[in-house]
Design a protein around this ligand. Sequence first.
Ligand SMILES: [Zn+2]
Length: 171
Amino acid sequence: MDEQAKANLIASIQKQIAEIMQQLTAAKEILAAKKGINYITVHHTAGNKTDTDVNVDKQGALDGYPKSSLGHTMAYHYFIDWNGAITHAREDTEFSQHARGVSKGNIGICLAGNFMNYSPSLGQLNSLKSLLDSLKAKYYIDNKEIHPHSYWNNTACPGAYLKDWLNNNYV
Ligand SMILES: [Zn+2]
């Protein structure tokens, strides 16, 4: 190999190393942005359309969940009432046991109603979609990392109607 060929080879290897370092930096930035959040899990109250953050908090307190830094006792990070109003109940990184054994790094979203028997309201679905899309972008979460509660545990939650919607919109 002559001197020019050696110099070209070295330059080519240096370029590849620089590209790998750039990719590593980008991967580190994504990991930092994720803050350990890898999944989103969707629930329903299995109660009534009239369920509110206040009565879901009351049930959470009875179930022994600790008060969150945002002042709520429900196990979920977000609650969406029948009209589509979103309550941010726990910081996204705050641990809470909303899906047995798999709640670490897993954001829980609960919708008011029983979707074994009827569909969520249009307002709820619009709010859920915008919440899911913003959390996906913020924490680099893929559609395949968004699950109904029944994916993790032996439960009917969040009901066939909401499961179908999730399967149709986040596959
Ligand atoms: Zn659930």
